[in-house]
Ligand binder design. Structure first.
Ligand code: SF4
Ligand code: SF4
Length: 427
């Protein structure tokens, strides 16, 4: 798990603490696809130290290097000193954004993420999340014709857009006749693109007789902006969300999230982001005990596992991918497995903890060759697991894994564990 004890935001201190042991190198996602010391955790820290001392200018080369990190936290997980490489890279990306500006399409995308009503309109026009998707599609098309690859299906690369978002499809308060109530933070991808995730979560809560509050005013958690260095958007959305959560948190048992990245952002990265704003840091800290990944809360706080045991066994098997933001950042990996294993055989892939290679907006739109290279080994291990379904509680992983499986012509179907659980309850 990522260390919270060492919240070091001073590049020099972090750099000085690196003992150059190299334990992080074999697990580094970017180093595995670009074998160069400068694109390794140790190399990033060296360069950041030079930048801190004034020996390195943030030029185009430095920008390219710092934007090549996947922020997967593999290095933090194995580092004997738990050095927060991802956090210092997030910080320097803000400096890069200030110096170079942020590309127009990313600015437009982040503006949408600040205002859900704008998002709703853009989504209806079919634009949301396509900034990355178009780039992927054009890369795929050119690869397909250049290397005579099998035709790739766009619908597996670009998440399908629905007519009505999840949040706009339901009432704000859903009374399931229960004594308990949870709020749902759904996240943008599941709200607009993978709406079956939220619908399945509502189905599960209805089955368990737990009332639901759809937090309809929620804004994007702002993880895409944080990973890109657009701290103005992070500041705006994070403060809004914290105030909003404070307004209803006493009325609910928990705020549950079927998305690893949103959950990690709200629960862990808000506190990191506000390291230099003590009042907001404390408010982020106060709210975090209410925030859970959906499978985590359901597994620990309900008898869903026993109910699932009484249901039919599905003939399909599942291989589970651990999102970096679930297992490494929040320690969540047993809970989804515990629930889905009641009805599906689990066939573990060789390295479920290996990053899928999503990497964020910049990686997907400007450095997709790295994302693609990192994704192919994941598709290969999914194929070798010989399961019918691959599952992960993360829609960003879903986009990336579906694209990677297309490249590798792997037929395995992706489902969020929440969708699998709802299917099992219907049996
Ligand atoms: S966060 Fe991931 S990609 Fe970035 S340096 Fe660490 S291991 Fe490498
Ligand atoms: S594992 Fe940690 S201390 Fe060792 S080289 Fe990597 S960043 Fe430095």
């Amino acid at each position: 798990m990522k260390s919270t004890a060492q919240e070091i935001f001073n590049y020099g201190t972090t750099t000085d603490e690196c003992i150059k042991c190299g334990k992080c190198i074999p697990v580094c996602t970017i180093h595995n696809v670009n074998t160069d010391e400068v694109t390794s955790p140790r190399g990033f820290l060296d360069l950041l130290g030079a930048y801190q001392r004034g020996d390195l200018e943030l030029d185009n080369t430095a920008k390219d290097i710092f934007e090549s990190c996947f922020l997967c936290t593999n290095c933090v997980d194995v580092c004997p000193k738990s050095l927060p490489v991802d956090m210092v890279i997030e910080q320097v990306r803000n400096d890069i954004g200030k110096k170079f500006g942020i590309a127009w399409y990313k600015k437009a995308f982040f503006l949408l993420l600040r205002h859900r009503w704008m998002n709703d309109i853009a989504f209806k026009l079919g634009w949301v999340f396509q900034t990355c998707g178009f780039k992927i599609k054009s890369d795929v098309d050119s690869m397909t014709s250049r290397f005579n690859l099998p035709m790739l299906k766009a619908d597996r690369l670009l998440p399908s857009l629905r007519k009505t978002s999840f949040l706009n499809s339901h009432k704000e308060n859903i009374d399931n006749g229960g004594k308990r109530k949870v709020a749902i933070f759904i996240g943008c991808l599941a709200n607009y693109n993978y709406v079956d995730v939220g619908n399945s979560l509502l189905e599960i809560l209805a089955y368990l007789k737990i009332d639901a509050f759809l937090a309809k005013n929620q804004k994007c958690c702002s993880a895409p902006a944080y990973f890109t260095g657009d701290f103005d958007t992070v500041d705006y959305n994070a403060k809004f969300n914290i105030e909003y959560f404070e307004s209803f948190s006493k009325d609910v048992d928990a705020i549950i999230i079927p998305e690893a990245t949103c959950s990690a952002m709200l629960k862990i990265d808000y506190e990191h982001y506000f390291h230099d704003q003590p009042e907001w840091k404390n408010r982020a800290k106060a709210i975090k005990d209410k925030i859970f990944m959906a499978t985590e809360w359901l597994d620990k706080n309900t008898d869903l596992d026993k109910i699932l045991e009484s249901k039919d066994k599905d003939t399909r098997s599942v291989t589970y991918h651990d999102p970096c933001h679930a297992r490494k950042m929040q320690g969540i990996y047993e809970e989804p497995r515990n629930l889905i294993s009641k009805n599906y055989d689990i066939k573990e892939m060789s390295d479920p903890n290996a990053c899928c290679g999503f990497g964020g907006v910049t990686m997907q739109s400007e450095r997709y060759h790295f994302a693609k290279a990192a994704g192919i080994p994941k598709a290969d291990m999914i194929k070798k697991a010989e399961a019918e379904i691959v599952s992960a509680e993360c829609s960003a992983c879903r986009m990336q894994i579906n694209a990677s499986m297309n490249y590798a012509d792997v037929k395995t179907v992706f489902k969020n564990p929440i969708e699998l659980i709802a299917e099992a309850l219907r049996s």
